[in-house]
Every structure is written in structure tokens, then in C-alpha cells.
Design a protein around this ligand. Structure first.
Ligand SMILES: *[C@@H]1O[C@H](CO)[C@@H](O)[C@H](O)[C@H]1NC(C)=O
Ligand SMILES: *[C@@H]1O[C@H](CO)[C@@H](O)[C@H](O)[C@H]1NC(C)=O
Ligand SMILES: *[C@@H]1O[C@H](CO)[C@@H](O)[C@H](O)[C@H]1NC(C)=O
Length: 460
């Protein structure tokens, strides 16, 4: 009884102090940090689709608008990032270091600082090393159920039992576990207990970036490839952010390095993604700080996986052809009146698998490159990993047969329709499959992984 009263009392005090501190509007959700929409690839999927906060299984079928009632979905390829995960061991080391600075050197008086110093415990350990967390299991279980509601004739019990749904995953434990979770979402939904469903591990497809020599040599293992990122991190915007953190903690400026700034941001992001709490670490940032840090991460993704270097996107040629070969097969089976043998393909990988492919397809390309000096003019950029690549991010390609040889392809990113760049407005909403193939003709005829990834490519 005593324990109960004490706990209740602490709870009460926390609520009050949090509200006074944040000047929150009573209607706002107290558990969501104001900076949660700037977490880049460490963001929660619900921030991208806020309607899911109320109902995690909600879908809106009217976002799919086939041109006629005759149109039937015949194939779905879903390329999905793993779900919410623990920090990597490198992240954890930096968080431990920051925590020590805050414990031993910070002298500020604010209640959130006292909370970190007296109540918050460093519970992250190095052996967590990027593993899937329970929230990540749920990310995939729930996504599976939503896809079954969005595409009931494809993601169905009959199709699953009949072997028409195929699963392919990266070998990383967080991806394999995500795949198992996705399957569990379906088998639980249909109460299937008499049968298990296989998945194939395929790193050539889902971790192509590890196998592309030219990419490894010229970008991934080449420190000068990220010089714009280094310049931005050493520049005035980032310096201001680190100084503000030092001021908030009342510590010497030189204690808050770039790595410590990242660690603080990570702590806020992980506490929210994993435990759904608005942790006191989030008080180290205001919204402007978060936008600067978000830009630094986008800049890195841009040069390391995005438009910065041609080989970044070309490293995904193998996945690109895999997807189109499957679409072609489904198209020709459907045209000749046969049943489509692979109705659904679920491919689970990484942000690093999705971003090169999205880039190859031309999505989220701004007129100017992201550089160390254009933070301000890029404020409205479309290249925003916080929107593109939260945990469980997914690219869905849905092929429709509308009869009479009229095949159409719909693309969705994170369950929202996206238009293939370069197609006219008219074609854009649900274009003819033929027009999509015409749009990507050059890539379909070329984009050979072996050739592109050779170190010394002969001039085209
Ligand atoms: C569903 O999507 C349609 C079309 O985008 C939109 O008009 C409608 O408001 C959405 N409904 C809900 C409940 O979100
Ligand atoms: C931070 O605290 C540690 C442990 O008390 C101490 O050894 C170190 O000198 C302090 N550093 C600064 C810059 O105050
Ligand atoms: C992930 O898979 C491993 C190996 O099968 C298992 O030991 C672990 O508990 C799983 N983790 C989660 C979160 O499901």
C-alpha cells in the first residue's frame, strides 16, 4: 500500500513538472516529444502516419483508386525495412559517455536535468547491438494485418496456404525477426496453427550494398566521399546546437562534441521509439536544433545512399531487376489468363536497401544537391529521411489487371500513394504498366549490377 502511494505521488509530481516545463497545450499528446518528427531513420512509423496512433490497424482503402471497377490487384511486391531496433554497440558507447558527463559535470538546476541525474538509469548495453525490440515485432505484425486489409484478395489466407506469398529477407537478425513477425501477424490473424511458412535469406538482393565493390571503394570506405557532411558538422549551424546543449547542461563547450550531440539526440529518439516515452533527454533540444540535426543526417544519407554519387543508386540494380522481372512475370501470367504464381512478395531489408532503390527510381529528388552550405535554402526539400525511412518503412508496388490487356502499376511509400517521377499528371495516379516500363527503359535495358559495381568501369 505504501509503495502504491509513493509511486502515485511520484507520478503526480512528474506530470505536473512536465506540463509546466513544456508549456504544452492540454490537447497535445504529452508522450510525444515535439522533435519526434525529425528523427530521420530512427523515427517511429506512426509519426509518418499519425492516424495510426489512435488505431494501429487502420487503413484507408479509398487511397487506392483504380480507374475502373474492373481493375483487380494481381500482384504486390512489398519491400520493407526492419522494425524498431536497439542502438548499435557504437551508439551505446557514446550514450554511456554522454550519460557520464551529465552525471558528473552538469550543474544546471532544471528539473529535467535532475531527473536524468537522479532517476534515469543507463539501461542500454552493448550486447543489444541493433537487435529488433518488441515494438519492432509489433511494427511488422501490425503492418501485415494492415496490408491484408488494404489488399484482401492478395494478402489472404488462401494465398498464404496455397504458397502464393513469398518471403525474402536480409540475413541480419533484426530483418529475420521482422520477417518472422510479419508472418506471425498473418498466421495469428487467420489462426493458422497447422502450418509454417518458409522464408529465403538473400543478401545479394537485400544487402547488395555490401557486395558492390565500386560502391565500397568509392563511397562507403572512402572518408572524403562525405566531405560535405564533415563540413556541415563543423559549421556554424551545428556549432550553435552543441553550444546550446552545453549551456543547457552548464558544462564547458569542449565537453559536448559532435558525437555527444548525436548521442543526446539518439537517447531522445530511442527512448521514444522503444519505450514510447518523452524522456528528459529530449529537453536538450528545441525544434530548430532538431531541424539542424535532421539536416546533418539527411546530408549523410544523400551522399552515402542517395543522389550524391551515381553508384549509390546503381548498387541497387540487382534489386531493381528482381522487382521488374517479377512484375513482368505476373503481368504475362495474368494476360494469358493464368493464375499469378507469386501473388505477393515480401522483401525485408534495411534503410540502406530502400534508399538506393528509391533514388534509382527518381523519387524525392530536389533541384539542388544537399550541401554543407545550403541548409537554409533546403528547408522545403523533399529528400527527408524522417518521412521516407522510419522503422518499418515500406515501398509497395501493386499491379492491377483492368481487363483487355490494360495493366496498371500503383506505387505507395509507407502506405501513401506516390507518383512515379517523370510521368505526366494524367498518367501519374495509377499509370499503365507499359508507361512505367517506358519511363525506366534505360535502366531496364542496362543497370547491370556486375558491370556497374566493377571498380574500373569502361566508359559507357
Ligand atoms: C481516405 O482517403 C481519401 C482519399 O485520399 C480521403 O479523402 C479521406 O478523407 C480518407 N479517409 C480517412 C478516414 O482518412
Ligand atoms: C568532469 O567530471 C569528471 C568526474 O568528476 C572529472 O574528472 C572531470 O575533470 C570533469 N571535467 C570537466 C571539464 O569539468
Ligand atoms: C529474434 O530471433 C532470435 C533467434 O530466433 C530470438 O532468440 C530472439 O528472441 C528474437 N527476438 C525477438 C525480439 O523476437
Amino acid at each position: 500500500m505504501l509503495t502504491f502511494l509513493t509511486k502515485f505521488h511520484v507520478f503526480h509530481v512528474l506530470i505536473i513538472s512536465c506540463c509546466l516545463l513544456n508549456h504544452v497545450n492540454p490537447e497535445d499528446n504529452l508522450d510525444i516529444p515535439t522533435i519526434a518528427k525529425y528523427f530521420n531513420t530512427k523515427g517511429r512509423y506512426e509519426e509518418v502516419n499519425p492516424y495510426l496512433i489512435e488505431d494501429i490497424l487502420a487503413v484507408n482503402r479509398s487511397i487506392l483508386q483504380p480507374p475502373s471497377a474492373q481493375c483487380q490487384e494481381i500482384h504486390l511486391t512489398a519491400i520493407i525495412r526492419h522494425g524498431t531496433r536497439y542502438p548499435t554497440s557504437k551508439n551505446v558507447k557514446e550514450m554511456q559517455q554522454l550519460h557520464n558527463i551529465v552525471l558528473h559535470n552538469a550543474t544546471g538546476e532544471e528539473s529535467w536535468l535532475r531527473e536524468i541525474q537522479s532517476q534515469w538509469t543507463m539501461w542500454y548495453t552493448e550486447d543489444m547491438d541493433g537487435r529488433l525490440v518488441q515494438k519492432g515485432v509489433n511494427d511488422h505484425r501490425h503492418l501485415a494485418v494492415r496490408l491484408s486489409k488494404l489488399f484482401p484478395s492478395l494478402v489472404s489466407e488462401e494465398k498464404l496456404r496455397g504458397g502464393f506469398i513469398k518471403f525474402i529477407t536480409s540475413s541480419k537478425h533484426r530483418c529475420v525477426n521482422s520477417t518472422l513477425s510479419f508472418k506471425a501477424g498473418l498466421t495469428e490473424l487467420w489462426a493458422i496453427t497447422d502450418k509454417e511458412f518458409d522464408h529465403a535469406v538473400n543478401d545479394a538482393l537485400m544487402r547488395f550494398f555490401d557486395q558492390c565493390t565500386r560502391f565500397l571503394q568509392e563511397v562507403s570506405n572512402n572518408p572524403s566521399a562525405l566531405s560535405e557532411v564533415d563540413k556541415f558538422r563543423a559549421g556554424p549551424e551545428m556549432r550553435r546546437v552543441t553550444e546550446k546543449i552545453a549551456d543547457r547542461l552548464s558544462v564547458q563547450y569542449n565537453l559536448i562534441t559532435q558525437d555527444m550531440t548525436d548521442a543526446a539526440f539518439d537517447l531522445c529518439a530511442y527512448e521514444f521509439a522503444i519505450k514510447a516515452v518523452n524522456s528528459p533527454w529530449c529537453q536538450l533540444f528545441d525544434e530548430e536544433d532538431a531541424k539542424v540535426i535532421e539536416y546533418a543526417s539527411d546530408l549523410k544519407e544523400f551522399w552515402k545512399r542517395g543522389y550524391g554519387y551515381d553508384i549509390n543508386s546503381k548498387s541497387s540494380c540487382i534489386l531493381f531487376h528482381d522487382v521488374f522481372n517479377r512484375l513482368n512475370k505476373a503481368a504475362s501470367e495474368s494476360k494469358s489468363g493464368q493464375q499469378v504464381t507469386e501473388a505477393v512478395t515480401v522483401q525485408v531489408g534495411h534503410a540502406d536497401s530502400l534508399l538506393p532503390l528509391l533514388t534509382l527510381l527518381g523519387f524525392f529528388k530536389d533541384s539542388d544537391a544537399l550541401t554543407s552550405t545550403n541548409y537554409a535554402t533546403q528547408a522545403q526539400r523533399s529528400f527527408r529521411t524522417s518521412h521516407m525511412l522510419p522503422y518499418a518503412a515500406n515501398l509497395l508496388l501493386v499491379l492491377y489487371d483492368c481487363g483487355g490487356g490494360d495493366l496498371r502499376l500503383q506505387a505507395l511509400l509507407n502506405e501513401k500513394p506516390v507518383t512515379f517521377p517523370g510521368l505526366t499528371e494524367q498518367q501519374a495516379s495509377m499509370p499503365l504498366y507499359q508507361d512505367v516500363k517506358e519511363r525506366y527503359k534505360e535502366l531496364l535495358q542496362g543497370c547491370d549490377f556486375e558491370t556497374e559495381c566493377q571498380l574500373f568501369k569502361s566508359p559507357a
